[in-house]
Each structure stands twice: as structure tokens, then as C-alpha cells.
Design a protein around this ligand. Structure first.
Ligand SMILES: *[C@@H]1O[C@H](CO)[C@@H](O)[C@H](O)[C@H]1NC(C)=O
Ligand SMILES: [Zn+2]
Length: 614
């Protein structure tokens, strides 16, 4: 076949050719630029007189924000009737009216000082406005931590070694200091050709890593892979760990991987304040850029709480944080968790809940099941805590007025926790609305427990990307029967009290962009558009509609944090936390891939633009 011939100018090589062709046109290009500028100025001042790009402080104290020309009702209020409007009116930090532009202006002249002029701003054509997005289960500082050495893209042990080597070359200070710890997160042996756990020996193949302290957490945070230098520093390891595993080689020597409770044996240095500040900054910057205005932190140590408290006092929390306190102890530790309600200069910090753990994760066969694993019949997984101990702790936290949020992956963990919750909730005078206990993950449940969690009014807090990350191996682990009660988000929603199911990401286990969870929830597809069930999606009957998913990421998440009277909807009286997206992800007829392509144009908290511009 012949290549189509390219136009050539005889006697001119390609580089000078370009110059020769374009040089004479330069004056005309300048003219074009001038015309474009004049057109822009004309549109800005004469066609859309009120519209302007605004960022942060430039917004007036009160304003009206409308989608496009105010007629396409692109504001999703997520009110009881899922009403759409064209405009919202913002007075300082709250929404004072919604409706058409005229409605909002009329409301302003009626209720406020009519003299003050109210400016109207418009989004770009096609953009929509939704309430500020919440992540009901994530790990704020760990996000920043993971970002400094992310490993989740590595497809083999060799790639991990190469990544660590590059990290050392990029960080000469760490390279020079042979006592420095190299810490990373994100490895996942199920993505490697071997599919088996790595060992300490694996690090030694890279000369730069030999004799160094290396600790890498598994993608789910449920296993640590350490180097020989770390193993050497660990004096006398126990033979067994309750609720944990020390992996060993053929001769019984620890091989370098510690699972669940055994991870506590690794003598990790504590994060310094400077490290926490760095991780915090990364997390806040990234969160705002993807439309998050509120995050529930699913494991805040007393040190972490002090750190966030200082940020709140200094007024440096750009978004709202709802912390679940945690101390790794079987002895009651409620006295170590301060209760903070609407705390700090901007009233953005809340601490009134705690987090407890039961089992491990499915990927490392750590999820506690009622019957043996289908692909590992010698194990039913790990309960990290005795049921009686857990019950005592829950009783203590209930008595002291803490919301109790418990990590449950396997059907056994979910059953044990529902038994405990049911016992307390069935006592006279106990009100589930007041206590609002939550199950974090609610991942694999007996069908009877899918019904029971709803009947009791316990809030399921789920992570749709876990379904699409685990779908490639979950059925192998669980078999064809148990899988029916796994990642069953639509069933959970339908059964739950008032349809309340909250969505989160569990970042850094998954990505920070909440639209990844929205996409997974509505499509049950990987980001490549496939699934074990092809393009139909994995058990698509358990998908949520877009309206249900948005509700679960806004007002339901707010409910799960006792904040449904303050945020999560765009109706008068609520905080003006909102996100402007560049396209309509809510249209059920638009291809799901558009969700992944959507960009956040602006994120506003308390009525002020904290990221982007309108
Ligand atoms: C595959 O998709 C079909 C059609 O949507 C659905 O009925 C079926 O349950 C799905 N099967 C699995 C294993 O996801
Ligand atoms: Zn988590």
C-alpha cells in the first residue's frame, strides 16, 4: 500500500518549511487574537453582564448562582422530592432560597435589605450543581501518606523494587540516612503473576534496599510487608497472634508479611507533626479538587484528633471533618476520645463517634466467614476481637453517648455485630435515631442479616469501589451462594430505614475521587468498562440509580454524621456547600463513561469557592 503523499515545497526541508509557510501570516494572527479579546469583553460586559469567573474571596457576601442561562434547572437539590431548580441564593454561608432567578430575587427583596444589590452568576453551559459531596468512610492523613510512595499500579514484585529504587534516587536525604524508614502503601498480590504473598527476601534483590528499613502496607491496609532489617529489630515474636497471622517460610521463620492484628508487632515510628501536616495538606488539596466538602475519617487516633483539633482552632480546615476515634485496645478507651461538636473557628470539626474493628479483609482471606472460604477450605478468616470483649466495648461507648461504627467485612463479623446492636436496641427506651450505630463496609452478609440491619435501623456505610475492585476474585473466595449477600447495595438500601445507606471510598485503599464510587455504584463496572459479567456489570441488580447514589453521598452521609439538618441538600436554611460539575452525570440516559470524564469546576464550602471557579 502506498502512503498518501504529503504536500512538499520543492527545495525546502521540513523545519524551514514551517517557518517559510507561517512567517507571513503573523500580523494576521495578532489581529485574530485582538478580535477574540474584544468579543470576550463584549460578552462579559454586555451579553452576560453578571457572569464572571470567581474564586474564593472575590465572591460577594450574598449572591445568586444559576446554571447556564437559568432555564435548564441544573441544580440538583436532593430534597425529599429530588427537585431540580435553576438557581440557588446564598447569603453568607447558607442557602436562603432556591428556584428560578426571579424566585430567588423576589425572596431576597422580601426578606433581606432590599437596597443591597444581589449579583447573579452563571455556570458554563452544560454544567450542573450538586450538594457538596461527602465521603462517609476514608482515611485523611493516610491519603497524604500513600501519595508520597504509591504502589497500587505495580504489577509485580520487580516493579515494586523498581519503584522503591526510584523513590530513593528521588529522595537523597532518605538514601543517605541508612536508619531512615521507607514506607509505602498499595501493593496487591492478587494483581501479580504469582498471586502469592511477597517475602522479606524480595527486597534484597535490589542492592539499594539491602539492609534498609522497609515497611509496605497492602492496598487494603490489612497486611504489612517488611524487610529483613525490620524483622531483625523485632525481638522474640509470639508463635501465634489472636486475630492476626505471621506468615512463615518452610522452616518456620517469619517470611516478612504480617496480617491484621500481627501488624501491631511491626515497630513503626510514629508520625511527627511535620509529617502529619504534609499529609494533611495533600489530602485537603486533593479532596477539594474532586468536590469533597465533608469527610468521615474512619480511624482517628488520639494524636490525630489533637492534630485536627489544632487545625480547627486555627481555622485551617478547608472542609468538614467527622472523626471516628480509635485506640487499638481491648480495655475501654472512651476517656481518650474528646467529644467535639461543631468545633473550631469555622465549626467544621466533629468528634462524637468511635470506630471498632472485627475482622480482616477478603483479599488476604482475613474476612471472618461463617463457613470456610470456597478457595481455602482450611480457614474461615480472622476475628480480630472476641465477641464478649467487643460487646463490653460497645456497651461502654453506648453508655457514654458515642456513635459506634464497626468495621465488618465477612458474614460472621456482620452477624456478631448485629447480635450486639440488636441486644442494645431492643432494650426499652433505646432510640436508634439518637444513637445511629453504623456498620462500616457491610460487605458480605447472610440474606437474613441484610434484612435484619434494615429492621434494626443500623446504618450501612458501604464503598462501591470495593465491589468493582473485588469482583474479579470475590466469587472464587465465597462461592455462588454467599455471593448473593455480598456488595448488595440496592438490597441494603431498600431494606434500610428511610432508605439510608451512606457511600464512601475508603481512600487511600481506593481513589479519592467520589465520582469513582458514584460510577461503580451505578454501573458495577471497572473503570475500563468491564466486569466478570462483561459490559452488563457485576450483579447489576445491586446497582443504585444515579439519584440514589447522589443521595447516599450527600444527605444520607450527613445523616450518618448527625448533620442532616445542616448539610447534604440545597434547600433554604442549609449550608451552602456545593459542587459545580462540567457535565450532567445525573442523566440516566447518558453513557456511564461520562461520569469518569466529568470534571469539578468549583467546590464551595460555607458559600465560598474553595477550589476552582464558576
Ligand atoms: C449478568 O448480567 C445479566 C444481565 O444484566 C444479569 O441478569 C446477571 O445477573 C448478571 N450476572 C452476573 C454474574 O453478574
Ligand atoms: Zn477503612
Amino acid at each position: 500500500m502506498e502512503k498518501p503523499s504529503e504536500p512538499t515545497t520543492p527545495g525546502h526541508g521540513p523545519p524551514s518549511n514551517t517557518d517559510a509557510l507561517y512567517a507571513p501570516f503573523r500580523p494576521r494572527r495578532q489581529l485574530l487574537v485582538l478580535v477574540a479579546l474584544l468579543t470576550a469583553v463584549f460578552y462579559k460586559f454586555f451579553v452576560f453582564p453578571d457572569s464572571a469567573r470567581i474564586a474564593g474571596t472575590k465572591l460577594p457576601e450574598s449572591y445568586v448562582l444559576c446554571t447556564h442561562d437559568g432555564s435548564d434547572a441544573g441544580v440538583y437539590t436532593v430534597d425529599d422530592a429530588d427537585r431540580r431548580v435553576s438557581c440557588i441564593g446564598v447569603k453568607r454561608d447558607v442557602v436562603f432560597a432556591t428556584g428560578s432567578r426571579e424566585d430567588v430575587h423576589a425572596s431576597w427583596t422580601r426578606d433581606a435589605d432590599a437596597d443591597a444589590k444581589l449579583a447573579t452568576f452563571y455556570t458554563k453551559p452544560g454544567a450542573i450543581i450538586v450538594p457538596g459531596l461527602a465521603d462517609a468512610h476514608a482515611h485523611v492523613l493516610d491519603w497524604g501518606f500513600k501519595e508520597q510512595l504509591p504502589l497500587e499500579e505495580c504489577k509485580s514484585v520487580a516493579e515494586i523494587r523498581a519503584k522503591l529504587k526510584q523513590y530513593l534516587l528521588d529522595h537523597p536525604d532518605v538514601l543517605r540516612d541508612s536508619s531512615a524508614w521507607i514506607q509505602g502503601m498499595g501493593w496487591d498480590q492478587t494483581k501479580w503473576p504469582s498471586a502469592s504473598f511477597p517475602t522479606a527476601d524480595d527486597f534484597d534483590e535490589e542492592p539499594l534496599l539491602r539492609g534498609r528499613y522497609v515497611v509496605l502496607s497492602r492496598v487494603d491496609g490489612h497486611a504489612s510487608w517488611v524487610s529483613h532489617r525490620v524483622l531483625d529489630d523485632m525481638s522474640e515474636l509470639p508463635d501465634e497472634v489472636d486475630g492476626g497471622l505471621i506468615l512463615r517460610d518452610g522452616s518456620g521463620k517469619p517470611s516478612g508479611v504480617f496480617v491484621d492484628n500481627a501488624m501491631a508487632l511491626v515497630p513503626l515510628p510514629k508520625w511527627t507533626d511535620a509529617q502529619m501536616s504534609g499529609y494533611f495538606e495533600t489530602a485537603m488539596k486533593d479532596a477539594l479538587s474532586v468536590g469533597l466538602t465533608s469527610i468521615h475519617d474512619a480511624m482517628a487516633t488520639p494524636e490525630n484528633i489533637q492534630f485536627f483539633k489544632k487545625q480547627a482552632e486555627a481555622g485551617t480546615l478547608p472542609i468538614r471533618l467527622y472523626l471516628m476515634g480509635n485506640v487499638q485496645s481491648d480495655t475501654y478507651w472512651g476517656n481518650q476520645i474528646p467529644k467535639l461538636i461543631d468545633y473550631g473557628r469555622d465549626k467544621r470539626l466533629n468528634v462524637r463517634s468511635i470506630k471498632l474493628f472485627t475482622d480482616g479483609a477478603l483479599g488476604s482471606w482475613g474476612a471472618a466467614l461463617l463457613a470456610p472460604y470456597s478457595d481455602k477450605p482450611d480457614t474461615t478468616g480472622l476475628m480480630r476481637i472476641q465477641a464478649a470483649t467487643l460487646k463490653n466495648l460497645v456497651e461502654g461507648f453506648y453508655r457514654d453517648g458515642f456513635q459506634v461504627n464497626i468495621h465488618c467485612i465477612g458474614d460472621r463479623a456482620n452477624k456478631v455485630v448485629l447480635d450486639i446492636f440488636e441486644d442494645i436496641l431492643s432494650r426499652p427506651g433505646v432510640d436508634v435515631e439518637t444513637w445511629r450505630p453504623r456498620i462500616e463496609h457491610a460487605q458480605i452478609m447472610q440474606l437474613s442479616d441484610l434484612e435484619r440491619i434494615g429492621r434494626l435501623g443500623v446504618i450501612p456505610s458501604v464503598q462501591p469501589t470495593h465491589a468493582t475492585s473485588d469482583m474479579w476474585y470475590a466469587e472464587t473466595r465465597l462461592g455462588p451462594e454467599r455471593i448473593k449477600g455480598a456488595y448488595a447495595y440496592q438490597t441494603l438500601r431498600q431494606n434500610s430505614r428511610n432508605g439510608i445507606i451512606a457511600l464512601g471510598s475508603d481512600f487511600p485503599v481506593e481513589g479519592i475521587n467520589p465520582l469513582l464510587g458514584f460510577y461503580a455504584a451505578v454501573s458495577r463496572l471497572s473503570v475500563r468498562g468491564d466486569s466478570p459479567n462483561g459490559t452488563e456489570g457485576w450483579y447489576p441488580a445491586e446497582a443504585l440509580t444515579r439519584a440514589q447514589a447522589l443521595r447516599a453521598m450527600t444527605r444520607n452521609a450527613a445523616y450518618a454524621a448527625f448533620a442532616e439538618k445542616e448539610r447534604g441538600t440545597l434547600v433554604p436554611g442549609m449550608k451552602a456547600d456545593y459542587v459545580v460539575l462540567d457535565r450532567n452525570i445525573m442523566d440516566e440516559r447518558s453513557p456511564v463513561v461520562e461520569i469518569l470524564e466529568a470534571k469539578v469546576l468549583a467546590t464551595a464550602v460555607d458559600g465560598r469557592v474553595a477550589y476552582g471557579g464558576i
